[in-house]
Design a protein around this ligand. Structure first.
Ligand SMILES: *[C@@H]1O[C@H](CO)[C@@H](O)[C@H](O)[C@H]1NC(C)=O
Ligand SMILES: *[C@@H]1O[C@H](CO)[C@@H](O)[C@H](O)[C@H]1NC(C)=O
Ligand SMILES: *[C@@H]1O[C@H](CO)[C@@H](O)[C@H](O)[C@H]1NC(C)=O
Ligand SMILES: *[C@@H]1O[C@H](CO)[C@@H](O)[C@H](O)[C@H]1NC(C)=O
Ligand SMILES: *[C@@H]1O[C@H](CO)[C@@H](O)[C@H](O)[C@H]1NC(C)=O
Ligand SMILES: *[C@@H]1O[C@H](CO)[C@@H](O)[C@H](O)[C@H]1NC(C)=O
Length: 315
């Protein structure tokens, strides 16, 4: 799966504000590795966000926060949302963590009605305008189907938006600041079989240490993302991946750790930046502490702290 990301990028190491556009090959080094967040998944921003979150994420070695945003919530107030979003973006840029703003709408996704498209374009217009003067490290991740119109709106919204990097589903070779976003493993590795063969589109199986089933599948999925003919030449961002099978719980903790080690190393070898799903699995954003207790996901118990250690050691 690919979706679109509009990126506002900067040339130097993170803590430096960037006043000149960042090439996509430089931007992958700015993005590095990070987490996806739930700050705008519900209307509870004040209780789930604290700037300390960003500092802790940085201190652990992570350098980006993906910020998916919903606007289809009952009682949603655009003015308040924009203020809160700007707070997170500014905190990230101050601390040296690259913010990636994206749009999610449970219902509208996969339902490309005209009304939904209008909402989507208006949302990007408002967000792009609000954030137009942020330095080039900020980036935007777009939803594939309505990309072209949204790109135009963002490009025309002024400030630094003219030369921000855009991550696209399909090639758009006439725009220099475009990247492609991969979402395979967004819900983790998953063991689904049909006639004894790993199924799923694309297949994402992982068993045991991955030697018999797992490593080759990861290699193929990464190869497909980096050597995709329609997007060839574009830098890849692994926009979201999960450590564990969060749909059916087919992997135990040992397997999850082995999967993470291999996957993170493989992405590092290809210099692919990524965001891990999701910060809340590893960190209590309300209390600003890393989780060390056991967590149950789909009937499997995990010590997320051990999983995180394995990721950090290999990234
Ligand atoms: C949205 O929030 C702002 C600021 O709190 C407030 O002034 C405005 O009346 C709210 N709008 C709606 C439609 O509730
Ligand atoms: C798509 O949107 C229309 C109009 O808002 C709604 O009636 C329909 O149920 C939606 N379909 C899906 C699959 O969400
Ligand atoms: C290549 O990219 C296109 C466009 O995003 C996508 O539809 C296709 O599935 C990708 N191919 C592979 C093998 O990943
Ligand atoms: C599993 O991951 C997917 C993709 O990120 C997400 O949409 C879903 O909410 C997750 N489910 C659980 C139970 O965490
Ligand atoms: C995890 O799964 C693997 C492969 O099925 C198995 O060999 C191992 O004993 C399991 N580990 C635990 C702690 O359950
Ligand atoms: C989880 O692992 C960490 C080490 O990273 C350890 O400090 C903690 O006690 C473990 N938690 C449990 C419940 O075993």
């Amino acid at each position: 799966m690919f979706s679109v990301l509009l990126v506002c990028v900067c040339t130097f190491e993170v803590t430096l504000a960037s006043t000149t556009p960042i090439t996509t090959s430089a931007y992958v080094k700015v993005l590095k590795q990070g987490f996806s967040t739930n700050y705008f998944n519900a209307l509870n921003f004040d209780s789930v966000y604290d700037m300390q979150n960003v500092k802790d994420v940085y201190a652990k070695g992570f350098r980006n926060l993906r910020i998916p945003c919903r606007s289809d919530l009952d009682g949603f107030n655009m003015t308040e949302f924009l203020t809160n979003l700007e707070t997170v973006v500014d905190d990230c840029l101050d601390v040296g963590v690259t913010p990636v703003v994206s749009w999610i709408q449970a219902e509208a996704k996969g339902n490309a009605t005209t009304a939904n498209q209008q909402d989507y374009l208006q949302w990007w217009k408002d967000v792009a305008t609000q954030l137009k003067d942020k330095d080039y490290r900020l980036s935007f991740s777009l939803f594939a189907d309505w990309t072209e119109a949204a790109v135009k709106i963002i490009r025309n919204s002024g400030g630094n938006n003219k030369n921000r990097v855009i991550m696209l589903a399909s090639s758009k070779k006439d725009d220099e600041y475009v990247m492609v976003e991969a979402h395979t493993y967004a819900a983790g590795p998953q063991n689904q079989y049909e006639d004894g063969k790993c199924s799923g589109s694309p297949p994402r199986c992982w068993e045991d240490d991955g030697i018999k089933i797992g490593k080759i599948i990861i290699d193929k999925n990464i190869d497909d993302a980096t050597n995709n003919k329609t997007t060839s030449g574009l830098q890849v961002y692994w926009g979201a991946w999960s450590a564990m099978d969060n749909k059916s719980g087919t992997l135990n903790q040992t397997e999850v750790i082995d999967f993470c080690k291999y996957f993170v190393n493989a992405l590092k070898t290809e210099s692919i930046p990524w965001s891990l799903n999701v910060l809340d699995m590893f960190y209590d954003t309300t209390r600003s502490i890393w989780l060390t207790g056991l967590q149950t996901v789909k009937d499997q118990q995990f010590n997320m702290s051990l999983i995180l250690d394995a990721i950090v050691e290999n990234m």
